[in-house]
Design a protein around this ligand. Sequence first.
Ligand SMILES: NC(=O)c1ccc[n+]([C@@H]2O[C@H](COP(=O)([O-])OP(=O)(O)OC[C@H]3O[C@@H](n4cnc5c(N)ncnc54)[C@H](O)[C@@H]3O)[C@@H](O)[C@H]2O)c1
Length: 427
Amino acid sequence: MRKDKIAIIGLGYVGLPLARLFATKYSVVGFDINSDRISELMSGVDSTLEVDNETLQSVLIGEGSDQIGLFCTNQLDEIKDCNYYIITVPTPVDKNNRPILTPLIKASETVGSVLKKGDIVIYESTVYPGCTEEDCVPVLEKISGLKFNEDFYAGYSPERINPGDKEHTVEKILKVTSGSTPEVGEKVNDLYRSVITAGTHLAPTIKVAEASKVIENSQRDINIAFVNELAKIFNLMDINTNDVLEAAGTKWNFLPFKPGLVGGHCIGVDPYYLAQKAQEFGYNPEIILAGRRINDSMGEYVASEVIKLMIKKDIRIKKASVLVLGITFKENCPDVRNTKVIDVVSSLKEYGLDITIYDPWANSDEVLHEYNLKSIKSLPKQKFDAIVLTVAHNEFKDLDLESLSNLKSVVYDVKNFLPNNKKDMGL
Ligand SMILES: NC(=O)c1ccc[n+]([C@@H]2O[C@H](COP(=O)([O-])OP(=O)(O)OC[C@H]3O[C@@H](n4cnc5c(N)ncnc54)[C@H](O)[C@@H]3O)[C@@H](O)[C@H]2O)c1
């Protein structure tokens, strides 16, 4: 019997940690279309910081090997002899918030071109229910000429990692699995169970597994939208939202959500996948889309609150200097994709303020390339009219804000990260 050999298609935040984990027990080939990414990984460096260099280097092996370990490539030939193909490519939305399936379809074409009898293709990308079997499998069938559930099989196992979180790493998060037949479901489940120490949950169908993931993120989005709405209401009433949440949180079943900017490529994006599918079925999802609207409005809201505080303190608005602390979409992580700090910055710019963005984690070239904004990695020697803490990076905990402030500066804390005596206001 042939030994299992796994190809992971897409070596980003999700694909690389998974490839590294499987490579401790299987022969794994990591495939990505980005040749720069392949070069950095084969030199033992992960710029996403999800896998530390030592851990990555400990599993790397040379090409063409069937040994246990990880080889990364952009050459199709190298994945031809795999029997499991796991697809972990992006699932973004367009400017009208409609799902973009292009990377999934392209990756399915890639896999379809090397697919053989008996192979299993597992999707991990976050999608709407039905996407694997209705959108991806037909591509696999068309390109390979093979028949689904006779010649080859599919599975879906959503990823639940949280970028930057060094505690809940891939092997420590219980994983939902599924397969296109009951037997394949068991096989997919066994494959993951062999490396995921937290265990697995075998869902009855692929659609159930797909739906389970998209609702996890939609639920978070809606819960955050609720506390964001509360923050707006309590601000009008001059009540500190954080104090209210702390008091309410003493009840055993009160959910501990905090107000904030909802960025990134998961929580702020995935609900649109569910919403689109619901609309195709003739249902207009009101709560899901209301949550999205509220969360997307928070950047502009924060900016307007900062301006109000500055006016109250008689700070001249035009050309006032503002220090924005953090540009990544979340704390202690270099990921700047779909960061909602951009909304705060753009709104403040509309008022004519001069913005300095300081982020020790973000790659300045990436910020310039993605957003045409300058972000600096060391603290400026300057005093500012306003300081807006937008991301709770650990480095900001002990910042000497006084040395960065003018006599009547404003300090606004989006994350409620700073002690009350160090800020004028928080969200
Ligand atoms: N990042 C997270 O925390 C997270 C968590 C859970 C689920 N997800 C989901 O996992 C999926 C992947 O997200 P990610 O954050 O890892 O994305 P990413 O952008 O970090 O990585 C995707 C990788 O896929 C590569 N790629 C794109 N098209 C390809 C193709 N046709 N063939 C081969 N490689 C290709 C890209 O070059 C990139 O390296 C998405 O559906 C996302 O919603 C992400």
